[in-house]
Design a protein around this ligand. Structure first.
Ligand code: ATP
Ligand code: MG
Length: 325
């Protein structure tokens, strides 16, 4: 449905986006995750045809966005970073105007506008001037505007920015519903957003794609070594050395105490399940094993590993899952 091939954007001598490639299937929600300035908005502007690339191309619903822009744009709904509202128009007039230029037949315009206002929860603001809307309402009207012509492809640049928590949940729900027969690219710098909404995530930093995978796979693949949390009661200073002596354990870090018990993070080689031996060592020494659980890397950790320069010492994504820019 969307094919992005080697997109590159240079602003003068500065390369904002370099050699970005990915695809989005029908019905799929792709998360575009990266810190401020990573190149998310720049990529979305190129994919939607609002800005020409320096190199590369984007094919949307079978049409090259730069060679057949009219056909391609008919099939795209775009929520830009700043929704393009006309301040002096009321919400209803603005959406009706957009429906008209988007080619919605006259007879259907009113009902289409009403439906979209209801879906995006802006009906109570129908008579308000766009220029007088709060940030959250501007964002919702922006979303309504992107959906009016029922496009195959939705490109949403930070769709939940500025919304209150209830609206964030409703908007994510709406996006998931839309995904059924639409393809969605959604940019965000909020990690929970991708794990809650997206099937696949492209992580971008400094204009380069650093990883493409499912949120779950990224988490699993990045666990180069396993870390297990244990809470040991009654062992005192001997705990660390006793646990280090367990076969397969590579390091033990005492991270704190919990009501007199010692909290430790025990690292081991991948594929070497040390839990049984750890438990035996602790209980065998006459100590209490109050808690034991694997420590999973959060998407937050993954993101930091992938986007910080000194990630060389950190677990790396295996080659087949890494995409180098
Ligand atoms: N018109 C422009 N001229 C020069 N540089 C630009 C222009 N637009 C963007 N940039 C630069 O390109 C880089 C990528 O910007 P972009 O807006 O795509 O980032 P982003 O990932 O959307 O960030 P944010 O999360 O802050 O929205 C930034 O370093 C930005 O300063
Ligand atoms: Mg942006």
């Amino acid at each position: 449905m969307i094919e992005v091939q080697h997109l590159t954007k240079q602003y003068g001598a500065f390369t904002a986006v370099e050699d970005v490639s990915f695809t989005v299937e029908r019905g799929e929600i792709l998360g575009f995750l990266g810190p401020n300035g990573a190149g998310k908005t720049t990529t979305m502007r190129m994919v939607t045809g609002y800005m020409p690339p320096s190199r590369g191309r984007a094919i949307v619903a079978g049409y090259d966005i730069f060679e057949q822009p009219i056909e391609a744009k008919k099939r795209i709904g775009y929520l830009p970073e700043t929704p393009p509202l006309y301040p002096d128009m009321t919400v209803r007039d603005y959406l009706t105007f957009v429906a008209k230029i988007r080619g919605v037949p006259r007879a259907e315009r009113r009902s289409r506008v009403d439906t979209m206002m209801a879906r995006t929860h802006v009906a109570d603001m129908a008579g308000r001037h766009c220029g007088k809307l709060s940030k959250g309402y501007r964002q919702r009207v922006g979303l309504a505007q992107a959906l009016l012509h029922d496009p195959d492809v939705l490109v949403l640049d930070e769709p939940t920015a500025g919304l209150d928590p209830k609206q964030i949940i409703e908007t994510r729900q709406l996006i998931r519903e839309l995904a059924g027969n639409h393809s969605v690219i959604l940019s965000t710098h909020i990690l929970p957003e991708v794990s809650q909404t997206c099937q696949r995530v492209v992580i971008i930093n400094h204009g380069h794609v650093v990883a493409v995978d499912t949120p779950a796979n990224l988490t699993a693949r990045l666990r180069g070594s396993e870390t297990i949390y244990v809470l040991v009661d009654g062992g005192g200073a001997d705990v660390a050395s006793a646990l280090t002596a367990v076969p397969g354990v590579t390091s033990v870090a005492v991270t704190g105490t919990d009501a007199g018990a010692l909290a430790c993070e025990v690292a081991s080689h991948t594929g070497h399940d040390v839990r049984r031996d750890l438990a035996a060592a602790i209980v065998g020494a006459g100590w209490g094993l109050l808690e034991m659980r694997p420590m999973r890397m959060s998407l937050e950790d993954i993101f930091l590993h992938l986007t910080t320069e000194d990630s060389a010492e950190q677990p790396q994504i295996p080659e087949e899952h890494a995409v180098h820019g």
